[in-house]
Design a protein around this ligand. Structure first.
Ligand code: FAD
Length: 478
């Protein structure tokens, strides 16, 4: 069967070579530090077996007709894109933040389109390689880390202008049976517990940059790959266990390619520099479309927390709080609506894969990125200072101090001290913590910094027609 369980996935990745470096040690994937991150990714497999999620998570491969996990699907209709978006909105908030597996789906879709377009223009056979790879990937129900962001060095310079050519991943040798690449990709979420790495360029390239035009797939423990990894996990609990503290976490890697060999059948772009920008932007388009699912899901958590806070404080009808919560509703649903629009107005490509309508996915993602801190600001303002000063769980559990904490945490007398405590400890863990801080950065930069969405929108928007409109209204004739 092509659908695997979370434990089958875990059994696979724990056998990979220990090329993950955490806190100064090389470790296997079953290291304790990766537990919460793995709990999230295991969930993406296990939901395929749960009847309430089946319709969202299970679909059929267009290659084999077999049932597959939707995270491994290439979207062949607007309905497919709508389903992906809905799946992410439903699943991401269950993990408290990032569902992590959309990245690989977004790279697969972008590769599916661009490999076909390169073949049409150049007579290559990248699409054939890609389809064989996709069939294997779907059959084994694999998970991949998406590796796009290069180190980039001096931001004002192109790859060939950098003092160190390795600051963008590049081809160092072409051989009969494959290529050798060197460089690094940064910030790679889930690379350290994925089966595979999917690698694509960061940006548009010029003819002088052709050695940097490379896309490929490799097993995550390929010789020469080192994953230098920073883990982000929730605080652990002693006795006040809560789902958020079990499944909210991830890890991001500096992925080093120290002269890595890649066989030709796993190479999808090799020197065709004209297609690097198309591939980079297509991936960004899919990834921003995925954000129209996960980001409203995170806003769902923020607005739920604000509404509960108002109740627990005893001020559920305070007009300023109701307005702020209504504003969160607007933000969540406008972003979701942008994703729906991008799906419905998606464009077919020659590969048969549908590409989300760029303006809508980018406008939605921009709105989300610009409002991340505003949303946490709203939560912080409504929460008051307690998430920052709440005594440790050990003090809550200590009989010498428990009664005082229960007495003085009280607000609305209809809500028990235990519930008040649980809500504030959750909000502290969610927003006033290392995880909260990293989530805010991720909300701004994941899928590209806000300025990148503006550049993208500007490049594709028909501003000239708006100028013509005003000339018409103003009676200006050129
Ligand atoms: C938590 C998290 C997870 C991530 N996961 C992944 C992942 O799984 N895979 C992956 O590939 N990437 C991932 N990313 C990377 C993300 O896409 C990048 O952070 C983002 O594209 C910005 O790139 P950067 O961090 O290098 O910032 P920079 O490129 O340094 O940009 C920072 C700012 O510098 C300015 N700037 C940069 N370049 C220029 C220029 N040429 N001209 C003018 N101004 C400029 C802009 O104001 C920009 O906003 C992740 C990031 C985060 C924070």
């Amino acid at each position: 069967m092509a659908i695997k369980s979370g434990s089958e996935y875990f059994e696979r990745v724990k056998k990979l070579k220990p090329n993950v470096y955490i806190g100064g040690r090389a470790v296997y994937r079953d290291t304790l530090e990766l537990t919460t991150a793995l709990n999230v990714t295991k969930l993406t497999f296990d939901v395929a077996f749960q009847p309430e999620y089946r319709d969202l998570v299970v679909t059929r491969s267009h290659l084999t007709g077999e049932e597959i996990n939707r995270f491994n699907h290439v979207h062949r209709s607007p309905e497919d894109l709508l389903k992906k978006q809905e799946m992410i909105r439903v699943l991401a908030p269950r993990t408290g933040s990032c569902i992590q597996r959309c990245m690989s789906n977004d790279v697969l879709n972008a590769l599916g389109i661009v490999t076909k377009e390169i073949d049409e223009a150049k007579g290559t056979d990248y699409h054939g390689h890609f389809l064989k790879y996709l069939e294997y990937y779907q059959r084994e129900d694999l998970m991949a880390g998406g590796a796009q962001t290069d180190a980039k060095g001096d931001r004002s310079k192109r790859p060939h202008q950098q003092v160190d050519p390795d600051l963008y991943l590049h081809i160092v040798e072409k051989k009969r049976d494959g290529i050798i690449v060197r460089g690094a990709k940064l910030h790679n979420t889930s690379a350290s517990y994925s089966d595979e790495l999917l690698v694509i360029p960061t940006r548009a390239l010029t003819a002088e940059d052709k050695d940097w035009a490379v896309a490929l797939a490799i097993p995550a423990d390929t010789d020469g790959v080192k994953l230098i990894t920073r883990v982000t996990s929730t605080r652990s609990r002693m006795e006040c266990k809560a789902p958020y503290n079990e499944v909210a976490g991830w890890a991001d890697s500096f992925t080093i390619f120290d002269d890595v060999f890649v066989p030709w059948e796993r190479v999808f772009l090799c020197g065709e520099w004209e297609f690097a920008g198309r591939l980079a932007l297509l991936f960004a388009n899919y990834h921003r479309h995925s954000y129209t699912g996960c980001k409203p899901g995170v806003t769902d958590i923020v607005m739920g927390a604000c509404a509960l806070l108002a109740e627990y404080h005893g001020v559920p009808n305070a007009p300023h709080i109701r307005d702020e919560i209504a504003e969160l509703m607007v933000l969540a649903e406008l972003l979701y609506a942008a994703g729906i629009a991008a799906s419905i107005k998606a464009n077919p490509t020659s590969s048969g894969i549908y590409e989300p309508a760029f303006i809508y996915s980018n406008a939605g993602r921009y709105l989300a990125g610009k409002n991340v801190y505003h949303e946490y600001d709203t939560l912080c303002a409504i929460a008051g200072g307690l998430p920052a000063t709440l005594p440790a769980e050990a003090d809550w559990l200590n009989p010498d101090t428990r009664a005082f904490l229960e007495k003085y945490i009280m607000r609305n007398p209809k809500i028990s001290a235990e519930k008040q405590h649980r809500l504030f400890r959750f909000i502290s863990d969610f927003s006033c913590s290392a995880v909260g801080g990293v989530c805010q950065y991720a909300g701004v930069h994941g899928g590209g910094s806000p300025v990148m969405e503006l550049i993208g929108i500007r490049s594709q928007y028909d501003l000239e027609s708006k100028k013509r409109l005003v000339k018409y209204l103003a009676g200006i004739e050129d």
